[in-house]
Ligand binder design. Sequence first.
Ligand SMILES: Cc1cc2nc3c(=O)[nH]c(=O)nc-3n(C[C@H](O)[C@H](O)[C@H](O)COP(=O)(O)OP(=O)(O)OC[C@H]3O[C@@H](n4cnc5c(N)ncnc54)[C@H](O)[C@@H]3O)c2cc1C
Length: 482
Amino acid sequence: MLCRDALQGITPAGAAPAEIRGGHLMVPDSAIREFRQSLRGQLFCPDDSGYDAVRKIPNAMIDRRPAMIARCAGAADVITSVRFAREHELLVSVRGGGHSVAGKSVCDDGLMIDLSGMKGIRVDPIRRTVRAQAGLTLGEFDRETQAFGLSTTLGVVPTTGISGLTLGGGFGNLMAKYGLALDNLIGVDVVTADGQFFTANAEENQDLFWGVRGSSGNLGIVTSLEYRLHEVGPVLGGVVIYPVATTREVLHFCREFAQTLTDDVIIQGGAFTLPDGMAVFGVAACYCGSSLAEGERILQPLRRFGPPVADLIERRTYVQMQSFFEPFFPPGRHTYVKSNFLKSLDDAAIDTIAHWAGEAPSPDSFAPFFEHWHGAVHRVGATETAFPHRQHSWNLIAWSVWSDPADTEKNIRWTRNCWEAMTPFLVPGSYVNYVSDEGDAFAQAAYGPNYDRLALLKNKYDPTNFFRMNHNIKPTPVPTAA
Ligand SMILES: Cc1cc2nc3c(=O)[nH]c(=O)nc-3n(C[C@H](O)[C@H](O)[C@H](O)COP(=O)(O)OP(=O)(O)OC[C@H]3O[C@@H](n4cnc5c(N)ncnc54)[C@H](O)[C@@H]3O)c2cc1C
């Protein structure tokens, strides 16, 4: 029999009476047995072998122990899991690729609905579309679509999950040309909080389709996603590395250089430490256009500026480019992130970034770090999808990473101090996929002007806030009769 402390305080209509002992709700063994047998995938309880491996996510800061983990094999398992959790009033978390820096995909005591075994993918090279199940990682997705010379915008670290990344936004190397990952969605399949299955696209359940694109898992569990694909051939990309002492000059250069960029180019950059201990500031670039000669011309000023410590920009297959940053993000390290868009990359902001560059206590950190947002992402209105941040050009991030748990306090303190110094230059809203656990107000600001409309959708699709292990959108309280 399973004992659970984390009551959700919801009593679904028609729920089977749960046994209550000593103030704790209990799930009877027989119900767990039946649940296990009803799944095509696997159920892991704390005594099952493999449980510890399955509950772990890449961020070592997160060490939570779900009472059960349903590793789903398909949409039917997701529906069964949602209904089981409702019936027994279990707290639910949903795991795609497990890369949420806030650790939202794993809960203590409740049911973790783990989609990471759902890896089906089918490319339609004629229509240039792909239908992908929610458990795929970016690397798996890119490998399949590139077999046809196609791809779409996803992030830059291949172990990240496609679903969490897409439902929150999706910044990546193709973004200036094709928009965010979520701008390339054609439709999704969703299991809502009452265990119903919906298809949402431009024709069906349009309100859900609008909300799914930016609400980061608040409205239901997306079981599969259909994307538009684009022809993507070899790219010109990599990173140019400068001594950290030149950060100020490099950022002034980047500000001017960014004005010259076509939609074929993305740049991002930040302070980090080379394996030999040298503190540096790197600027990564990726040109994805059709003429690599043109790419050479466009990227030349970046490669000439300096002189750099190293120039690692070269022709790569798109899959190689997408794997380029993987070695920098091994699983099992502690990660704490602060991020907001900059009002502008003005001189004072540059001075402050330069002041903090090279000062992070851990050599594994990328902080401060910028992403340059431009092109197609800006050509969609702030309320056209639930993702609101369409006008900002510079996303600033302090991505602190360390290995020894004894260093946690020091690294978090440094990150917060750095952010406090940056605050005068930041807008309140942040990209939801980079939000650590900073409380409700911070999460709310991430949805910006779309929050109220999303709350109405939450009322419709999840009125009991069943899905709340996320950067939460709260259903509005139902007015009581006088
Ligand atoms: C090393 C690293 C590199 C990154 N690089 C990039 C990048 O280049 N570009 C970028 O835009 N972002 C990037 N991110 C941020 C990334 O987009 C988010 O962490 C994203 O949430 C990861 O998705 P996931 O499926 O792996 O995570 P998860 O932790 O599994 O999920 C994240 C959130 O989404 C919910 N969720 C996941 N899947 C579903 C689903 N199918 N249905 C409903 N809800 C779901 C979860 O419950 C959770 O709340 C990076 C993160 C890391 C750690």
